[in-house]
Design a protein around this ligand. Structure first.
Ligand code: ZN
Length: 414
């Protein structure tokens, strides 16, 4: 008996590693690799643009909701060619990240004496801080006074307060809803995320969507997202005009009726099992050698860095007012340094079990002979992560906002 065992091992070996390879590969096929290329990431956005779109909401993963809430800033940033880009959607750490320990003057976490636990505060967000700072500039003497009861002097103050408020709310974090589902017009892209803004006038996407979903539930006695008894949704788009700009708006949403998530049970299973979350897709903005927090600080000061690809022969990072960072970002060596490694998809053999290939023995001159690849290696990847998150979902209007106007699009119905 011992022999037969030994023989099996000698001939077949242990198949567990091989099995793992197949299962890993399969996972990769369905989930995509962890580091997504720009195109792959874009494919994860569901942005209704065509006259008619069809979307199927997936059942939520354990502990999550059908419709999740998240917060983003919608601000103006610098863009390729030295232009201004309005309506850039930026992840808000304060409203999306877990709270962080509050530090005392000694730099150590403060402890709440009553519980013995660290005192927690919201994660810092320079954009939220800017909102708060501007709001505080309003003259508080008008509090409680109705407009019709104001004297002329107070009306002047009121006008000034309004002006401050208008500027301040540009920096406020805005609530968005995110729905996980399948774009039936692009099933090959797999699970996608549909993000739309909360509308205080109850004229937003959610306000069109919820009654349809509720109707479906009541009429069919079924969960609209169920893989067997749920429904595809038709989204009818129309051209709408606001502030002289034409943008795509949802004119109606309808439930198509009970249907399978997919006729292919394997495909349905892969979609249902996909672990991707909106956080994998709507990530904080990045640029080389700075932290996401520093990026946000630069947005506030109007010096946000950008990837300039207007000249195909000279694609490069621009850091307004920071030649040091700009040079660093555009130097290949810098991009091979530790900070950015995580953005580069590594060959599968660079895992723990294999010795890492070091680059310490590569000389400058050797690196120099590969300049073509060099610019793509670090920079493109970084450009992708920095730009992908905000260039997509404004197709519904914000990208049509030309500079100078359209500052009031906060309550557009999307
Ligand atoms: Zn914020």
């Amino acid at each position: 008996m011992e022999n037969s065992n030994a023989t099996t091992n000698a001939q077949g070996g242990d198949l567990s590693n091989l099995k793992k390879m197949f299962s890993d590969y399969q996972k990769q096929q369905t989930q995509g690799t962890k580091k997504r290329s720009r195109e792959d990431l874009l494919a994860k956005y569901f942005v209704p643009r065509k006259a008619k779109e069809t979307f199927r909401i997936l059942p939520p993963k354990t502990g999550r909701k059908h419709i999740e809430e998240a917060f983003f800033h919608v601000v103006t940033t610098n863009a390729a060619g030295g232009k201004k880009k309005h309506g850039t959607v930026i992840y808000c750490p304060m409203h999306n990240d877990p709270k962080v320990p509050k530090l005392g003057s000694d730099g150590k976490p403060l402890i709440d004496p009553s519980t013995g636990n660290p005192v927690l505060v919201p994660a810092p967000c320079p954009l939220c801080a800017q909102h708060k700072k501007l709001i505080a500039k309003q003259d508080p003497s008008l509090k409680g006074i109705k407009k019709e009861n104001m004297n002329d002097a107070q009306k002047v103050i009121k006008a000034k307060n309004d002006e401050i408020y208008k500027e301040a709310i540009k920096w406020e974090a805005k609530k968005f809803y995110i729905v996980r589902g399948i774009d039936k017009g692009a099933e090959k892209d797999g699970v996608k995320f549909w993000r739309f803004k909360h509308n205080y006038k109850n004229q937003g996407t959610l306000d069109k969507l919820l009654p349809i979903l509720e109707d479906y539930m009541s009429n069919q006695q079924a969960d609209f997202s169920d893989a067997l008894t749920g429904t595809d949704l038709n989204i009818i788009m129309t051209d709408s005009e606001f502030n002289g700009h034409v943008y795509k708006a949802i004119s109606a949403i309808t439930a198509k009726g009970k249907s399978l998530l997919s006729n292919d049970p394997l495909v349905a299973r892969a979609w249902l099992d996909d672990d991707i979350t909106w956080r994998d897709v709507f990530t904080p903005k990045k640029a080389p050698n700075i932290t996401p927090l520093e990026f946000l600080q630069m947005v506030v000061s109007g010096t946000s860095p950008y990837w300039d690809d207007t000249d195909a022969n000279n694609k490069h990072w621009v850091f307004p007012g920071r030649p040091d960072l700009e040079e660093l970002a555009n130097t290949r060596k810098a991009n091979l340094d530790a900070d950015n490694e995580e953005d580069i998809e590594m060959a599968s053999d660079v895992d723990e079990e294999y010795p890492r290939v070091t680059i310490s023995n590569i000389t400058e001159s050797k690196v120099g002979t590969y300049t073509d690849n060099a610019s793509d290696l670090g920079r493109e990847t970084l450009a992708e992560t920095a730009e992908v998150a905000d260039t997509v979902d404004e197709g519904q209007g914000a990208e049509n906002q030309s500079s100078g106007s359209g500052s009031d699009y906060d309550d557009l119905p999307f």
